[in-house]
Design a protein around this ligand. Structure first.
Ligand code: FAD
Length: 363
């Protein structure tokens, strides 16, 4: 008999399992994929660590999360400075003086502020995402850098999307291309999988095991279950399906040393079907003579079966809350991670949430 059956070997399940083992609990981890690590899984090809489920950049201002992850890998000093590509024009992201200077041929923060201030005034009533974006950054930035990208991301026109999707659009009046404002940032040298391997060291793991397909049997072999999969799947979709947006990642090997000169390029025009091209070698400055790129295509969940981004609208939130009520009736069950909580969490928040659950449920 196990003390804990942990469903899912992603970051949440692995941190929990590691801490539970340290406290003397006997754990079993089951994972439906053929590898551990969930979406932070990386693997090596010709000296390049590939981020299989999309670019993962660790960034945080939370010292506890940073110190925790640094126990399991050495991080490099990677700074995310993506480029936006719009109809053969290149712009720096996030929106900063480099972006504005290129867009309007200006030089000073005062000039940029005056242009944005004037363009923002165009909107008097906010009814949709387009109004919201223009009211925050003006029409030029919206048209070139937000509109097409967002429409591809959500598969709908910005005028049909609710304004709440964009709460803030940070604008920086300095020449600073660092995408994140966090104190700590980097990529683990050697990739993310080593972190999960170390977290799960000495813990029994069963791969290719879908808990939901063997729920009856597996539920009986442990006193408690930490479930990090999708909550509707746990209840066999008895109340209906939760909706997600998904992504398709197309990996290509190129016989060249340096394809785009930067890890992340966003394609912001609607006509290009993908949203981003990731060139994996730039995360760790690999000196490989070849390169690997991934094109990221936003698609419907039904196309991939991979639930990436929850759609936290009214209908889905109501459905999710009903599943939560069902889950509360089961004292054996703990929920954690992005899928079971139907929320998007960055890695640092995932670590902190797992440590919180450890504090509250293990002694
Ligand atoms: P997951 O990694 O999804 O792990 C859940 C695991 O449970 C999976 O392995 C799954 O196969 C398994 N599972 C599910 N159901 C079952 C079942 N029935 N039986 C057995 N196993 C099951 N965060 C950052 O901080 N920086 C970034 O740059 C960043 N980029 C991202 C890019 C993309 C495209 C996505 C989708 C996320 C990104 N994130 C990023 C977020 C990051 O991926 C998450 O914080 C982290 O992976 C969450 O870990 P988790 O354990 O909650 O979920």
């Amino acid at each position: 008999m196990y003390d804990y059956l942990i469903v899912g070997s992603g970051l949440f399940g692995s941190v929990f399992a590691h801490e539970a083992k340290k406290k003397g609990y006997k754990c079993l981890v089951v994972e439906k994929r053929e590898h551990i690590g969930g979406n932070i899984y990386t693997y090596e090809l010709e000296g390049i660590n590939i981020h299989r489920y999309g670019a993962h950049i660790f960034h945080t201002s939370n010292k506890e999360a940073w110190d925790y992850i640094n126990q399991f890998a050495t991080f490099n000093n990677f700074v995310n400075s993506p480029i936006a590509f719009y109809k053969d024009e290149l712009y720096n992201l996030p929106f900063n003086m480099n972006t504005f200077s290129k867009m309007w041929g200006i030089r000073t923060p005062q000039e940029a502020e005056a242009i944005i201030k004037k363009q923002r005034q165009e909107v008097t009533k906010i009814e949709n995402l387009e109004d919201q974006a223009i009211s925050l950054v003006g029409r030029d930035i919206y048209e070139k850098l937000i509109k097409g990208y967002t429409e591809k991301q959500w598969g709908r026109s910005c005028t049909e999307l609710p304004p709440e999707i964009i709460k803030r659009l940070p604008v920086r009046y300095t020449y600073n291309n660092n995408y994140f404002n966090d104190i700590y940032q980097g990529i683990p040298i050697g990739g993310y999988t080593q972190i999960i391997e170390k977290l799960l060291d000495g813990i029994e793991v069963r791969l290719n095991t879908d808990f939901c397909k063997e729920k009856e049997k597996l539920s009986k072999i442990a006193n408690k279950i930490l479930y990090t999969g999708a909550l509707d799947a746990y209840f066999d979709y008895s109340l209906g399906h939760l909706q997600y947006r998904s992504e398709k990642f197309e990996l290509e090997r190129l016989e060249e040393e340096n394809h785009q000169g930067v890890a992340v390029v966003n394609y912001t025009e609607r006509e290009v079907p993908y949203t981003r091209i990731i060139e994996h070698k730039h995360f760790e400055n690999s000196s490989s003579p070849v390169t690997y790129i991934s094109k990221e295509y936003p698609v419907d969940y039904s196309e991939t079966g991979e639930p990436y981004y929850p759609i936290n609208d009214k209908v889905n939130t109501e459905l999710y809350n009903k599943y939560r009520e069902l889950a509360k009736k089961d004292d054996k069950l703990l929920l954690g991670g992005r899928l079971a909580l139907y929320s998007y969490f960055d890695m640092d928040k995932t670590i902190i949430a797992a440590l919180e659950l450890v504090k509250n449920s293990l002694n």
